[in-house]
Design a protein around this ligand. Structure first.
Ligand code: ZN
Length: 334
């Protein structure tokens, strides 16, 4: 047994019998932890089933993580949000004035919705709530025709808070003060949810994307790491998804080194995610091996893959040879 926690994300199966069989094989493959996605749909229709799945994972001795899979359209994941359909006034607004299909971190209705999600997610029996890639909406991911410097959010809630904080109207261009406001708004949101998580008996991980943009929360990870409610500091340096022609070892090391250092400085557990989706070509398995070895060599406390079986079941983002990617990851683990 190694001290390093090893795990995978798991999703798309709401039948506890089938999920338990998968969890059992994760355990037999030597993993210590599993992340279960808990989408708006899961919460609405499968809550008891999800609780059974989390309980089965716990019985198999796995540490359980639960994430808000694309909830509100502001966390990562291959899911839709019903919240934004039902609450148009809680949506983010671009500086161009267009509303986008993602909830605003400053919208009171969304904050209340997320408090309920948090209680329910902790109530599944999760050990850790995994705040996954919280981000302001990036319209360029979905639509063409917007200027390069477009940003979110300039909704009435944001404008009001901005005026309260700075005693001046919120500009339509992204000044440094606007970037700062975007960062602190997300940190305020996370602080509230993480405090509640602790009250509900679970711990917190916040997965920040490997970028230097205020679209994705604090540009300086220490701003998050110093929060009193955070326990685990992950990042997900997905070399083939977030960069072009990146060398996997170099890319994982570039962000992983900083992540481990910031986590160590603040007494947090560090966690690095290995890309296990959308990989194709002959180098895919070697790249996964290199990335996994790099993460282990950096001294991360926890290593996970997104996601199990190389995302075989999510055909849109599955690896070309998903099981080869999955096996390569498992073989590199201690
Ligand atoms: Zn807003």
């Amino acid at each position: 047994m190694s001290d390093i926690e090893t795990g995978t994300s798991y999703f798309g199966v709401q039948d506890p019998e089938h999920a338990t069989a998968d969890v059992e094989r994760f355990r037999e493959a030597g993993l210590d932890a599993v992340l279960h996605t808990f989408s708006e749909r899961d919460r609405a229709f499968y809550r008891e089933s999800m609780a059974d799945i989390v309980a089965a994972s716990d019985e198999w001795g796995l540490t359980t993580y639960v994430n808000p899979w694309a909830v509100g359209g502001v966390f990562g994941g291959e899911e839709y949000s019903r919240f934004v359909a039902h609450n148009p006034d809680s949506r983010q607004v671009l500086n161009t004035g267009n509303r986008v299909p993602a909830a605003c971190f400053n919208a009171p209705t969304f904050r209340e919705y997320m408090r309920e999600w948090t209680r329910d997610a902790a109530g599944l029996g999760a050990d850790v709530l995994f705040w996954d890639e919280p981000h302001w909406h990036n319209v360029h991911w979905y639509e063409d025709g917007y200027p390069d410097d477009v940003w979110c959010c300039r909704c009435d809630h944001c404008k009001e808070r901005y005026r309260e904080r700075y005693d001046e109207p919120m500009p339509a261009t992204e000044t440094e003060q606007v970037s700062r406001f975007r960062e602190t708004s997300m940190l305020d949101f996370l602080d509230e949810m993480m405090a509640l998580t602790r009250n509900e008996g679970a711990t917190n991980a916040v997965c920040l994307m490997p970028t230097q943009s205020a679209d994705h929360g604090p540009r300086d990870w220490a701003e998050l790491a110093k929060n009193e409610h955070v326990d685990v500091l992950p990042t997900d340096p997905y070399w083939a998804a977030f960069a072009e022609d990146a060398d996997p070892g170099e890319y994982v090391a570039r962000f992983g080194e900083e992540l481990v250092a910031v986590a160590d400085d603040h007494g947090l557990r560090s966690q690095l995610w290995i890309q296990g989706f959308g990989l194709s070509g002959e180098s895919a398995t070697d790249d996964v091996r290199t990335a996994t070895r790099t993460a282990l060599d950096l001294g991360a406390d926890s290593v996970f893959m997104w996601g199990y079986d190389g995302c075989r079941t999510i055909s849109e983002i599955a690896c070309e040879d998903p099981m080869a990617v999955w096996d390569a990851y498992l073989e590199e683990l201690p």
